[in-house]
Design a protein around this ligand. Structure first.
Ligand SMILES: [Zn+2]
Length: 284
């Protein structure tokens, strides 16, 4: 049977329209090495069993977010990008062509977020302006502190993003990029990772990008280190701050690597937190 997994999930947020777009899914091995290095196998096993997930294999989704404010169509991250881009097919399912995107916001410079910006040396989103985090852009373009494992990523970033600078705005945490959309510090996973707070008519959405990489481990055990986080302790502080923010304000959350559609809430449970995937809340 062919893959019938849905790829687009759209809903209203106040007067805005939001869509989660599934660019890719990867089933991977070794949950513990990715999200719990240094933890006891028993602790990982118990966490997996108590959440009814496989203790070894995990499903890793890649979910850019589209926000249509009514004035501008804003795409947060661009997926991996290739000639047969699933993200572009998702946009077509919504009746949109790449040229309809007004603004592309890059949360950070990793390949699964920037890869879809260019195809064969051409800007895919031909009319778009860009938003980059200033610290993130400087890190990849100028700094010499890129760790060994990220050197290919640095070359990719320079190849894809350097030429977009003259059409880009560089922002810092706290900056409003368009009315209702504000950048939030989420550094740790990458040096300048940005999350975004989106608000329309009192309805709120937190786009937390890669501050959380797994819907069970990163949220229920925010102080466990993830292999892919550049700054481990800073990532822990970021996760705790964003979890408290999401739970205190009962924010709707869009998580790039959460299970599709990657839309949910954070609830407090027994001194920690749980991911509560969206049910019918957005339908009524
Ligand atoms: Zn990512």
């Amino acid at each position: 049977m062919s893959d019938t997994r849905p790829r687009v999930f759209s809903f209203d947020l106040g007067s805005f329209k939001v869509a989660a777009l599934l660019d890719a899914v990867d089933v991977r091995d070794n949950l513990a090495a990715a999200f719990a290095p240094g933890q006891s196998p028993r602790a990982v096993q118990e966490l997996a069993v108590s959440n009814s997930i496989d203790p070894v294999r995990y499903d890793h989704c890649f979910i850019p977010t589209l926000v249509d404010t009514g004035t501008e169509k804003i795409l947060f991250d661009t997926g991996f990008g290739d000639d047969d881009s699933a993200l572009l097919q998702c946009l077509r399912d919504l009746g949109l062509e790449p040229g309809d995107i007004d603004l592309v916001v890059i949360t950070h410079g990793h390949p699964d977020h920037i890869g879809g910006l260019m195809n064969n040396g051409e800007a895919v989103f031909s009319r778009a302006r860009y938003v980059f985090g200033a610290a993130e852009f400087v890190f990849w373009i100028e700094a010499d502190t890129v760790r060994e494992a990220r050197l290919n990523n640095r070359d990719l970033f320079r190849r894809i993003c350097a030429g977009l600078a003259d059409r880009a705005t560089f922002v810092a945490p706290g900056d409003e990029i368009v009315p209702g959309v504000t950048a939030i510090d989420a550094a740790g996973h990458s040096p300048g990772l940005l999350a975004f707070h989106v608000e329309s008519d009192g309805q709120q959405l937190l786009i937390w990008s890669d501050a959380f990489l797994h819907s069970v481990v990163s949220i229920q055990r925010p102080d466990w280190h993830a292999d892919l986080d550049d700054e481990k302790e800073q990532s822990v502080e970021t996760r705790k701050r964003l979890l408290n923010m999401a739970a205190d304000h009962r924010l709707l959350v869009a998580g790039y690597h959460m299970p599709f559609p990657g839309i949910g809430y954070v609830e407090r449970v027994n001194g920690s937190f749980h991911w509560l995937p969206v049910g019918d809340q957005l339908n009524v």
